[in-house]
Design a protein around this ligand. Structure first.
Ligand SMILES: Cc1ncc(COP(=O)(O)O)c(C=O)c1O
Length: 493
């Protein structure tokens, strides 16, 4: 099967006459007849995406089939409940797509159970947290009080149970080590729900220190240990994480939002595949997995019933059009070509790391084993992450700033730039292009300098970059993308 995003051109899918061009032209005509500014914005968005050298580690390009599956009548349907057990009538077609998406997910990841309703990664994590709370706090409480369901509890017992929900502990990776806000940090609801402690990384190596984590878990005795990250460039050994969780009586939850594509593509196997090790695994579907914007929960049999109560527990009605798109994207990810794609993501990430380090850049942990790198731009170039991000953007390279461990510039300005390869790998760029991109990044960040405020005082936000460098690098970034057109089969006319 050809790559679903960037197929080779054939007489059948030449951009002038391909079904995708026909579909999108017609769709834009229909939309434009009602609100032309929306049709124009959609056209502009794909034009911008085609021009961007996108290194945002959490973004990708979904296939036309995945995108088209979202624009239809499923959007109009309410379908609270689960397959075959809905609160609304007339859900047989929703049942079809939800069951298909779940089946593809189970097969792809070797999971006992898949719940494909979460609208996003945050929602998937909330479903998981409440499934664990329901299983480990609510169920024993109901048993102790001898009632079947919470509505039967006395006011006093209900108050006690609510206290118990709010009294639970979670251990998650710290933000500056690469963890995610939804893993128990105060700005997110998870931090307001749980008494949270975080584990960091070894200051010398930048790697997860499992002995320190074990000691912390023994002392803190969390209900849930969360593994998973959005900015850690190495692998996590989930077998060891499960051992630690078992030892302290915790449930192991893995948020694989970032690296689900590498699990699906069998790059992460054995100890590095979370599915056989964790009781519950959450993910987004739109990052390295290359599906529609959404979330998903995989779990073992012990949690399936609780997970299936995600709606209405914490989710609004499922989005059947997005579940249809999940089914399409997961079917794509089950093709052998996806394994090749996943391998190339990591090859490219390593090539980018080597190219950067060869030119003198310092990377957190000294390299990468996955789809992302974290450049310490403070040590390497004397810049904050904010300054570096903007200087790169001026030069046509889209990245995002990110904290590094013990970040001297804090979580807002930061000292890091995160660069990921899933999107450019989808376009077909390979290791030699990654080396050239490393050269471009190094050129911009070497030329950029910290700037000052309008009053002349040093600013962590402002930078100075020679306009000639920005222009030259933008041109080169543009040229580099030309042999790798995005959606080559689509011409919007
Ligand atoms: C590890 C991790 N979990 C959860 C999320 C939240 O995903 P969403 O934006 O779909 O809610 C993200 C998003 O960046 C993430 O990186």
């Amino acid at each position: 099967m050809p790559d679903p995003v960037t197929p080779q051109s054939t007489p059948e899918n030449s951009p002038a006459t391909s079904p995708e061009s026909t579909a999108y032209r017609a769709a834009l005509d229909v939309i434009g007849a009602v609100e032309p500014r929306v049709a124009d914005a959609i056209r502009q968005e794909v034009a911008d995406q085609r021009e961007m050298l996108k290194l945002i580690a959490s973004e990708n390009y979904a296939s036309p089939a995945t995108l088209l599956a979202m624009g239809n009548w499923f959007s109009d349907k309410y379908a609270e409940g689960t397959v075959g057990r809905r609160f609304y009538a007339g859900c047989r077609n929703v049942d079809t797509v939800e069951a298909l998406a779940a089946e593809h997910a189970r097969e792809l990841f070797g999971a006992r159970h898949a719940y494909v309703q979460p609208h996003s990664g945050i929602d998937a994590n909330l479903v998981a947290f409440w499934a664990v709370l329901a299983d480990r706090v609510e169920a024993p409480f109901l048993e102790k009080t001898g009632v079947r369901q919470i509505n039967d509890l006395s006011e006093a017992d209900w108050a006690e149970l609510r206290q118990a929900f709010g009294n639970q502990r979670m251990l998650g990776m710290s933000l500056d080590a690469g963890g995610h806000l939804t893993h128990g940090f105060r700005p997110n609801i998870s931090g307001k729900m749980f008494d949270q402690r975080s584990y960091g990384t070894d200051p010398a190596t930048g790697l997860v220190d499992y002995d320190a984590l074990r000691a912390q878990a023994r002392a803190f005795k969390p209900l849930i240990i969360v593994a998973g990250y959005s900015a850690y460039p190495r692998l996590i050994n989930f077998r060891i994480m499960r051992e630690i969780a078992d030892e302290v009586g915790a449930t192991l939850m893995v948020d694989m939002a970032h690296f689900a594509g590498l699990v699906a593509g069998k790059v992460l196997t054995g100890d590095f595949d979370p599915v056989p090790h964790a009781q519950i695994v959450t993910t987004t579907t739109h990052k390295s997995l290359r599906g529609p914007r959404g979330g998903m929960v995989l779990c073992d049999d012990s949690l399936r019933d609780q997970v299936d109560r995600g709606c209405p527990m914490v989710l609004g009605g499922p989005l059947p059009h997005v579940m249809a798109a999940k089914a399409v994207a997961l079917a794509e990810a089950r093709q052998p070509s996806f394994q090749d794609y996943a391998r190339r993501i990591v090859d490219n990430s390593r090539a980018l790391a080597e190219g950067l380090m060869r030119r003198g850049a310092t990377l957190v942990t000294g390299g990468t084993d996955n789809h992302l790198n974290l450049i310490d731009v403070a040590t390497s170039y004397g810049l904050t992450g904010r300054q570096a991000e903007q200087a790169l953007l001026d030069s046509g390279i889209v990245t995002n700033r990110n904290a590094i461990p013990a970040d001297p510039n804090g979580a807002w300005y930061t000292s890091g730039i995160r660069v990921g390869t899933p999107a450019l790998t989808t376009r077909g760029l390979g290791t030699s292009e990654m080396d050239e991109i490393a050269a471009l990044i190094d050129r911009v960040l070497t030329a950029a300098e910290p700037g000052t405020t309008s009053k002349g005082t040093p600013s962590k936000a402002q930078h100075v970059l020679d306009a000639k460098v920005a222009e030259e690098v933008s041109q080169r970034a543009h040229d580099l993308l030309q042999p790798f057109p995005l959606y080559p089969q689509i011409d919007l006319g």
